[in-house]
Design a protein around this ligand. Structure first.
Ligand SMILES: Cc1cc2nc3c(=O)[nH]c(=O)nc-3n(C[C@H](O)[C@H](O)[C@H](O)COP(=O)(O)OP(=O)(O)OC[C@H]3O[C@@H](n4cnc5c(N)ncnc54)[C@H](O)[C@@H]3O)c2cc1C
Length: 367
C-alpha cells in the first residue's frame, strides 16, 4: 500500500504501539517518539489481567470492551508472527472468592446478567473448596464466582513484541521528549518533527500535552516466584493474582490504587499489604519470594473513560489515553479506531470515548 502520509505517535506504551501498528497497516508512515523507549511507562508492568467490567448496567463501552477481549487473541497472534516474541496471552478465566452472603448475592446477580450480555461465556458459583490448591477455602466461605471470559498476558513482553513488530513493518522509533504539540508538528528535545497527523498517547502525561484536565492513579504490584500452573486470574477486594507462564515463572499480585504520591516509581508498605492479602488467599504464594516490586501511573481522564479521537478544534491532533485498568484489553481496538479516524473512515467507537463528547471545553493545542 502506498504511504498516505506521516503519523507521529507520542508514547510507546500499549496505546501508542497499537496506534502505530494500525496506522502502518493502513499505509501511513509512522514515527513513534518516547522519552524512555517502548514500555517505559505504565505498560511495562507485571500484572496483565484482561477482565471484563461487570455486565450491568450494560453500556456501549462495555460492549466495546467485550468485543475487544474477543478479538484480541487474533490481533496478538499477528504481532507474535511478525515479531517472533510471545505475548503470554491465554484465556484462563477468573475466580473470585466470596467472603459473605451479600458478596454471593452480587455474584449471583452478575451470573444472571452475564447470561444476557456475555453470550457463550460460562459463569458459575462454585463451592468454597472447589479450587483448594489455588484458593484457600477459608478465604471463600460463601463460594467462588468463576467466569471463563477473563484472559491474561505479559504486559512488558507485549510491549516488546509490539515495538519489534512496528519496527519490522517500517515504523521509526525516536528516543525524545515531546515538549509541545500543534497540528502537523511536535516540538521535542531532539528537534521539531512534522507529520500529517499527531497522536498523543503519552499515558498520564497526555493530558498536560493536550492541555486537558486529567491525571493518573498510581498503582503498585509485585511478581512472586511461584509456579501454580495454568491458574485462573484470582480477584478479590483490591487484590488481583495473575499467574504467568514466563520462562522464569512468576505470579503477579496487585494492585494499590493511590490518588496522591511523592514518588510515582516507589513501592512501600501498601504493596506489602497487597502481597499479604494475596498470600492469605492463594496457598502457592505463602512462601514464594518476591522477585520484583513495581509501580506505575494508570492514565485517567477527567471523564474516567478512555479518550480516543481528535482533539476538538485542533485539526489532525488525536488523543489516545485514559485506559485506566483496561488498556491492554482495548488497546488494539483503540489503535484501530485512531487509524480509521486519520484515514477518514468509521472508527467503530462508542461516542462517549470521543474527546469532543467527553471534554466540554477546547484544549490549549492551538490550530
Ligand atoms: C500496578 C498497575 C497494575 C495494572 N494492571 C493492569 C491490568 O491488569 N490490566 C490492564 O489492562 N491494565 C493494567 N494497568 C493499567 C495499564 O498499565 C495502563 O492503563 C496502560 O499501561 C496505559 O498505557 P498507555 O500506553 O496509555 O500509557 P503508558 O504505558 O504510560 O505509555 C506512555 C508512554 O509515553 C511516554 N511519554 C510520556 N510523556 C512523554 C513525552 N512528553 N514525550 C515522549 N514520551 C512521553 C512514556 O515514556 C511512556 O512510555 C495497571 C497499571 C498499574 C500501575
Amino acid at each position: 500500500m502506498a504511504p498516505q502520509g506521516r503519523v507521529i505517535v507520542i508514547g510507546a506504551g500499549v496505546f501508542g504501539l497499537w496506534c502505530a501498528w494500525e496506522c502502518l497497516a493502513r499505509g501511513f508512515a509512522v514515527t513513534v517518539i518516547d522519552r524512555g523507549g517502548p514500555g517505559a511507562g505504565a505498560s511495562g508492568g507485571v500484572v496483565g489481567a484482561l477482565a471484563p467490567h461487570r455486565p450491568e448496567p450494560w453500556t456501549a463501552e462495555k460492549a466495546f470492551q467485550i468485543a475487544a477481549l474477543r478479538s484480541l487473541p487474533r490481533a496478538l497472534a499477528g504481532i507474535e508472527a511478525v515479531s517472533g516474541i510471545a505475548c503470554g496471552w491465554r484465556r484462563v478465566g477468573r475466580a473470585q472468592p466470596l467472603a459473605d452472603a451479600p458478596a454471593r448475592r452480587r455474584a449471583e446477580a452478575l451470573a444472571e446478567a452475564a447470561a444476557r450480555h456475555w453470550p457463550g461465556v460460562r459463569v458459575r458459583i462454585l463451592p468454597p473448596g472447589a479450587m483448594a490448591h489455588w484458593i484457600d477455602p477459608a478465604a471463600a466461605p460463601a463460594g467462588i464466582l468463576h467466569e471463563e471470559l477473563t484472559a491474561r498476558l505479559d504486559p512488558a513482553a507485549t510491549c516488546r513484541a509490539l515495538a519489534r513488530a512496528v519496527a519490522r513493518r517500517g515504523g521509526r522509533f525516536l528516543r525524545a521528549r515531546a515538549l509541545a504539540v500543534a497540528p502537523g508538528r511536535v516540538d521535542s528535545d531532539a528537534g521539531r518533527l512534522s507529520g500529517d497527523a499527531v497522536v498523543i498517547a503519552a499515558g498520564a502525561d497526555s493530558f498536560a500535552l493536550a492541555g486537558l484536565p486529567g491525571g493518573a492513579v498510581k498503582g503498585q504490584a509485585a511478581l512472586l516466584a511461584a509456579r501454580p500452573g495454568v491458574m485462573p486470574v484470582i480477584s478479590a477486594r483490591e487484590t488481583w493474582i495473575v499467574a504467568h507462564q514466563r520462562p522464569g515463572g512468576g505470579v503477579a499480585v496487585g494492585s494499590t490504587r493511590e490518588e496522591s504520591w511523592h514518588d510515582a516509581a516507589a513501592t512501600d508498605a501498601r504493596l506489602d499489604g497487597v502481597i499479604a492479602r494475596a498470600r492469605a488467599i492463594c496457598p502457592p504464594l505463602r512462601t514464594a519470594p518476591v522477585l520484583r516490586r513495581w509501580a506505575g501511573l494508570r492514565p485517567r481522564a477527567a471523564s474516567r473513560k478512555p479518550l480516543i479521537g481528535p482533539l476538538p478544534g485542533a485539526g489532525r491532533v488525536l488523543l489516545c489515553t485514559g485506559g485506566l485498568g483496561i488498556s491492554f484489553a482495548i488497546g488494539q481496538r483503540a489503535g484501530a479506531a485512531i487509524a480509521a479516524l486519520i484515514a477518514g473512515t468509521d472508527p467503530d467507537l462508542p461516542e462517549i470515548f470521543l474527546p469532543a463528547r467527553a471534554i466540554p471545553s477546547v484544549s490549549r493545542v492551538t490550530p
